[in-house]
Design a protein around this ligand. Sequence first.
Ligand code: LIP
Length: 260
Amino acid sequence: MEIAADIAEEVGTEIMRLRTEGVDVAATKSSLTDVVTESDRLAENLIFERLRASRPNDAILGEEGTRYPGTTEITWVIDPIDGTVNYLYDLVAYCVSIAACVNDETAYSDGKRAVAAAVFNPKTNELFKASTGNGAFLNGDPLSVSKETVLAKALIGTGFGYTAERRLEQHRILGKVIARVRDIRRIGTAAYDLCLVASGRLDGYFEKGIKPWDWAAGALIATEAGALTLGQKEDDPAGEDFFIAGPPIIAHELQALLAQ
Ligand code: LIP
């Protein structure tokens, strides 16, 4: 956890410095709006170097293409900048997300589960971290999820994908949810959304189509703060198809609503 926290803080500080020098789109991925900047690539390379120095035999999986095989049971799952579009527009939420994961087919749809993690938002100087069974923390203070139990009073975070087809489906789903909750927040980074659930500053979160590097660290931080993570149907693991997180009652109420 301290390795993840130290690297996340160093790299987050560096990408914020780079942002002041101006940022350009280096490439696009799944669509014209699914962008990657030179900072994304630099940040992933820096995280890779730091992890290779600290944990030379672990595997590393990164959003921007790192696929480094290891010989231990640990795979580091990293998102160098979660909230890339927010970073491009210099908006207030973008994070470095770093998780040390073990294989666990019962956990999430990618068959991995974080055992130690850190998410750092340099714009707000918020360092979230957790390790299995030891709780979740924000800048050293312990975190716990919201005590809200009524869905109609719940502030719910969500997000949208990068293709028009996926967005139309998400718009349809959102139309069912928005009338049944207090309000919706679309902050633009799943890792931060999950940390806000851990902090009780969102009462719940759902999204369709996020990737393992988006959820790996934030999911551990949220569950160590008392959140439940669920898939769309009762026995589905949370993951790319559907990711729901919140205090147990809200998570189950969201799942029931989304299952409709
Ligand atoms: C982002 C996710 C967010 C989603 C965005 C985007 P990225 O990840 O964290 O939840 O709604 O569309 O996928 O691409 O900024 O690393």
